[in-house]
Ligand binder design. Structure first.
Ligand code: PLP
Length: 394
């Protein structure tokens, strides 16, 4: 009988897209919708990056290129990581892919066997457990709870490591909580990884979007370079989501394995985007700093406003561009609050269960709209909060 492979039925998508479709439908019907559901910057690539892409295309840089990424880009990535994260990485350890998701998928395909256990953060990026299941492996959560300020509980992680645990994935700053893992947490994760001989997959896609301090990568800790795969790219930090450009930094044997997968699948990332990405990494117009400074100016009043809405509670995120809001006091399921906000207030956010079961009393809103739009969203939410205000204990 003709059939679809069973791996597909164990995989899941991303919650944001379902809300986005409904929001678009409401817009078509004439409703005004404020989109706070997607994780897509409202900025675009900096002008010199666009110019570099245009020049590259005009110069005929539209050919098949190295499966690992063009040498000058891999060199530029190594230099960029040295400058922004103080990492010592050789260009040979870099592999360029069309998007972080693809880099993540290649790394997971290269490292995970059926039956392996994969530790991942919950709430977290839903693709981690989905793709793990798709590979016939078993996703095992470690939770990021509000009572721990969304930092990992290292005892919980230790208790979940078994002889089948192969890899620990984490994302700092985390989507959706905005948590930047503390130095102590990074050191403990590193210690556990060394003790149990685990691979660590560090999804650093939001590493540049930090509201305080300097980014510390687990890769820099003693002994970690040999067991860490960094996933990063251009979508969030350089506001280049649709360019589809990401990369992995990994020990050479992992890069070789990923390279075999590239050869068997997409062959290479587009040449002209890679040429332009070199320009992005120069930070020649300080576009990243300007963008992060704008996110910060949005974060503070938006989080303060959310905390004024009856039944809502939000810890300011340390990084990324999301507000993760506890709505338990409303007495309503998050899905109902999500629907009420969308249908009655025209504000699109995502019910937190899309990021795992401990997100069930949360909503995620993105900070990717201008300050006045966020103010408007707050006013609209305040207005519909009359629906649940009476139920809130004083
Ligand atoms: N990792 C995390 C944690 C993300 O939030 C996202 C996008 O939302 C990705 C990876 C995917 O990035 P890209 O668009 O570069 O594939």
């Amino acid at each position: 009988m003709r059939r679809i492979a069973s791996r597909i039925s164990v995989m899941t998508g991303e919650g944001a897209l379902a809300v986005f479709s409904r929001a678009k439908e409401l817009e078509r019907q004439g409703h005004s919708i404020i989109h706070l559901e997607l994780g897509e910057p409202d900025f675009h690539a900096a002008a010199p990056v666009v110019d570099a892409a245009r020049d590259a295309l005009a110069a005929g840089r539209d050919r098949y290129v190295s499966t690992r990424g063009i040498a000058p880009l891999r060199q530029a990535i190594a230099g960029y990581l040295a400058r922004t994260r103080r990492l010592t990485v050789r260009p040979e350890q870099v592999l360029v892919a069309p998007g972080c998701k693809m880099a993540l998928a290649l790394a997971m395909m290269a490292l995970i066997e059926p039956g392996d256990e994969v530790l991942y953060p919950e709430p977290g990026f839903p693709i981690y457990p989905s793709f793990t299941r798709g590979l016939g492996a078993v996703p095992v959560t470690f939770r990021l709870l509000e009572k721990n300020r969304f930092q990992p509980d290292l005892d919980e992680i230790a208790s979940k490591i078994t002889p089948k645990t192969r890899i620990l994935i984490f994302n700092s700053p985390n989507n959706p909580t905005g948590t930047v893992f503390s130095d102590a947490a990074l050191a403990c994760v590193a210690e556990l990884a060394a003790k149990h001989d685990l691979w660590v997959l560090a999804d650093e896609i939001y590493a540049r979007i930090l509201f305080t301090g300097e980014y510390h990568s687990i890769h820099a800790l003693p002994g970690m370079a040999e067991r860490t795969v960094i996933i990063d790219g251009f979508s969030k930090s350089f506001a280049m989501t649709g360019w589809r450009l990401g990369y992995a930094v990994a020990p050479l044997e992992v890069v070789d394995a990923m390279d075999m997968l590239v050869l068997n699948t997409f062959t290479c990332a587009a040449e002209f985007t890679q040429v332009a990405a070199i320009e992005a990494l120069q930070d020649s117009t300080n576009a990243v700093e300007a963008m992060v400074s704008e996110y910060r100016k949005r974060r503070d009043p938006f989080v303060a406003g959310l905390n004024r809405i009856p039944g809502f509670r939000c810890v300011p995120p340390d990084g990324a561009f999301y507000a993760w809001v506890n709505i338990e006091e409303t007495g309503l399921p998050a899905e109902e609050v999500q629907t009420c906000l969308l249908e009655e207030a025209g504000v699109a956010g995502i019910a937190g269960a899309a990021f795992g079961p401990s997100g069930r009393n949360f909503l995620r809103f993105s900070l990717v709209s201008s300050r006045h739009v966020l103010e408007d969203a707050l006013e609209r939410m305040e207005r519909v909060s009359s629906r649940w205000r009476a139920a809130i204990p004083r």
